[in-house]
Design a protein around this ligand. Structure first.
Ligand code: PXG
Length: 290
């Protein structure tokens, strides 16, 4: 028996999980999504992810047509159908099927699907040795156009930066705002530690409000680590005492080198290692039971 996918009210086999070429999610990137994780039979921060999904939908005037509780049931039901306890979950809501015009009013019903699969973990050496990353020359879209707080199906801005990273054999790229401030990475948020203060770019600069980013800020507070949302530049990255990235897939991952500059001595710092350990502890002790 193959992987079961939730698609518009039904659980279908992977090969049958197909959507129309007239779906505006495909034609225009008109839709929103979430990437969520389950650990040991529990879905981590599910409510926060669902809230962000519904906020993203609200911001693009997309009515999901179901409640947050019903969306939660879809995620749990799909995980159960696949007997998954540790999983990566991709939940997607598109504008649905319309005609070839942009007008969302031609799309009467959103398309909802949920993919749950085994998680592909990052190699352990990423956590032990830290990542070597680069700054992308592709700037972040300006938040005055499409807010990067919307987790939309249009990821081209990030994909262009990701292409720059992969051309340089880097697993991630730092993305700057049009004014040259550090915003985030292509699929992760960024933190630096300088003089015992943890800093992450403020949301208004134009970055996704990461669920993992918020968890790390909570963990910092609980562990007596001062943490602030503050603007900073590449200079601050290069001269940081520590640097790490956060994301649902990556969790908390140290950065060893950026654009050829070693971060401190290139070894994951004490605070980073503490937060990695605290984060892992948390993922094993909380979450919505499948
Ligand atoms: N910034 C961006 C632009 C993201 O897409 C994050 C930050 C981290 O947010 P969370 O809530 O996960 O802590 C993301 C999320 C992938 C992949 O395959 C990653 C994301 C989205 C889609 C795919 O690595 N990241």
């Amino acid at each position: 028996m193959g992987l079961k996918i939730y698609l518009d009210g039904k659980l279908v086999e992977k090969d049958e999980a197909k959507i129309s070429v007239f779906d505006h999610g495909l034609l225009y990137g008109d839709g929103v999504f979430e990437g969520i994780r389950a650990y040991h039979g529990r879905v981590f921060r599910l409510r926060e992810h669902l809230q962000r999904l519904f906020n993203s939908a609200k911001a693009i005037s997309l009515d999901c047509a179901i409640s947050v509780d019903q969306m939660e049931d879809i995620v749990l039901k799909t995980l159960r159908a696949n007997k998954l306890k540790d999983a990566y979950i991709r939940l997607v809501v598109t504008r649905g099927i319309g005609d070839l015009g942009l007008d969302p009013r031609k799309c009467p019903k959103p398309t909802i699907f949920c993919i749950t699969d085994k998680i592909k973990l990052y190699p352990e050496e990423f956590y032990q040795d830290g990542l070597t990353i680069v700054t992308a020359s592709t700037r972040k879209n300006i938040p005055e156009a499409v807010s990067p707080r919307i987790k939309s199906l249009n990821y081209l801005n990030n994909i262009l930066a990701k292409i720059e990273a992969t051309l340089q054999n880097a697993p991630e790229a730092i993305m700057l705002t049009k004014d040259g401030y550090v915003a985030e990475c292509t699929g992760d948020n960024v933190f630096i530690l300088k003089d015992n203060v943890l800093k992450t770019p403020p949301t208004y600069l134009g970055a996704l409000e990461g669920v993992t980013q918020r968890v790390v800020m909570e963990l910092a507070a609980k562990n007596g680590i001062l943490c602030r949302e503050e603007v900073f530049t590449r200079y601050d990255l290069f001269t940081a005492d520590e640097c790490f990235l956060t994301g649902t897939a990556a969790e908390v991952v140290p950065v060893a080198r950026i654009d050829g500059r070693l971060i401190s001595n290139g070894q994951p710092g004490k605070t980073t290692l503490k937060l990695i350990a605290e984060f892992r502890k948390l993922t094993l002790s909380e979450g919505v039971e499948i």
